[in-house]
Design a protein. Structure first.
Length: 241
């Protein structure tokens, strides 16, 4: 979903800093998912890494059948999938950066007790934020609402598939631990890591690839994305093969 997130950033045209908006929303989702009065052991970095890798693999497996949701905006969803696959390294880099910067784990399995998060509620609130956007946001994305809607259905499909794979408990439940996600730390980490991947340029490349894959309604935006990418300000450079 990161390529579509980057694309949405660009459609906002920086009327307000979209990175800050999403960072604040994400941190708020975590806070609203906390279980009042309950604590859990903070994961070791080895446990966190193991669970993160498992969840990433599950989400990737789920994305294969869920890509059919994009059939509503292109008759070549397999070509669109390649656009996503071409940005896999961006997602990996972002997640690795965030995991390192947020400092949610401790060196060993003797971590302190921290506020416990309801993981099911976390996914539910996150999906609700995507589906029920503000009136201002709806106005901004109106020209590509059908594309955003397809992306929302794709995200919902992955969420449902992911939850089904974890019906007997998540990896963190089995470990009886969770990472510690502090609001300010999460916001700062998200800002840092999003800008590091040069999201303006990446959104432009993803836009052009998507148009080539049949999502022609994005064509009117690609030139703007290219210009934004050339002006810079999106973050660091990424090495290319």
């Amino acid at each position: 979903m990161l390529p579509l997130l980057l694309l949405t950033f660009s459609v906002l045209k920086l009327q307000a800093d979209p990175v800050d908006q999403v960072a604040s929303q994400g941190a708020d989702v975590f806070l609203k998912s906390r279980i009042a009065g309950e604590t859990v052991r903070q994961c070791s970095c080895a446990e966190q890494r193991e669970c993160t890798e498992e969840m990433k693999a599950q989400a990737k497996e789920c994305s294969v059948p869920c890509f059919s949701e994009f059939g509503s905006i292109t008759n070549r969803p397999s070509d669109l999938r390649k656009c996503f696959d071409d940005k896999d390294d961006i997602l990996e880099g972002f997640l690795a950066c965030f995991e390192q910067k947020v400092e949610g784990c401790v060196p060993d399995a003797n971590g302190p007790q921290i506020p416990k998060t309801n993981i099911l509620k976390l996914f539910s609130i996150g999906e609700n934020r995507i589906v029920n956007q503000s009136a201002a946001m709806q106005s901004i994305i109106a020209p590509i609402k059908h594309i955003v809607s397809a992306a929302g259905e794709f995200a919902k499909c992955i969420k449902d598939c992911f939850l089904a794979k974890n019906a007997k408990g998540f990896c963190f439940d089995r470990k009886n631990c969770q990472p510690l996600v502090l609001e300010n730390k999460a916001k700062n980490s998200f800002r840092h890591c999003t800008r590091k991947v040069n999201w303006k340029r990446e959104a432009g490349e993803f836009c052009e690839c998507s148009v080539g894959a049949g999502v022609t309604d994005l064509k009117q935006y690609c030139a703007m994305f290219r210009l934004m990418g050339k002006r810079g300000g999106g973050g660091g450079n990424r090495r290319r093969a």
